[in-house]
Design a protein around this ligand. Structure first.
Ligand code: IDP
Ligand code: MG
Length: 149
């Protein structure tokens, strides 16, 4: 089963949207594998967003991501990497469809609430960056067969 890395950014935490967003992910039937409430050190934020280094928005992005606590998570499910990106909506909330997290709750790219891995390679990289093996739970739910045939 596929796994993805998800982060509720500082604005989601400050705005009290943790429950609202987690409820959507949980209701979809995805399974939590790891969760951690933390303040990201600057170096870790820079590594996580390494692909954007040098872009004009990079300094502001690092400042935003380190401005307060975040909730970092790993979730598991059928085709979950793409599915989470769909549930999140477009990077710019102005282009994000109604019904998506960014489309329903955000206005600006610089305050777009949530991160999700964009492919299998980045999912693996990001999970490793934020979690140790013992923090990842391999567990089965009795309801699993009611989500996945
Ligand atoms: P993604 O989060 O949808 O994968 P990316 O293009 O990978 O989008 O950008 C990473 C993050 O950097 C965005 O979610 C957003 O927080 C921030 N970002 C990207 N472009 C801009 C911009 O033009 N202005 C401000 N922040 C930006
Ligand atoms: Mg990205």
């Amino acid at each position: 089963m596929e796994r993805t890395f998800v982060m509720l950014k500082p604005d989601a935490v400050q705005r009290g949207l943790i429950g609202e967003i987690l409820a959507r992910i949980e209701a979809k039937g995805f399974k939590p594998v790891a969760m951690k409430f933390m303040r990201i050190p600057k170096e870790l934020a820079e590594r996580h967003y390494g692909e954007h280094k040098g872009k004009p928005f990079f300094p502001g992005l690092i400042e935003y991501m380190t401005s307060g606590p975040v909730l970092v998570m790993v979730w598991e499910g059928e085709n979950i990497i793409a599915a989470m990106r769909t549930m999140m909506g477009a990077t710019n909330p102005q282009n994000a469809a109604v019904g998506t997290i960014r489309g329903d709750f955000a206005q600006q790219t610089g305050r777009n609430l949530i991160h999700g891995s964009d492919g299998p390679e980045s999912a693996r990289r990001e999970i490793e960056l934020f979690f140790n093996d013992y923090e990842l739970q391999n567990w089965s739910r009795s309801l699993d067969p009611w989500y996945i045939e």
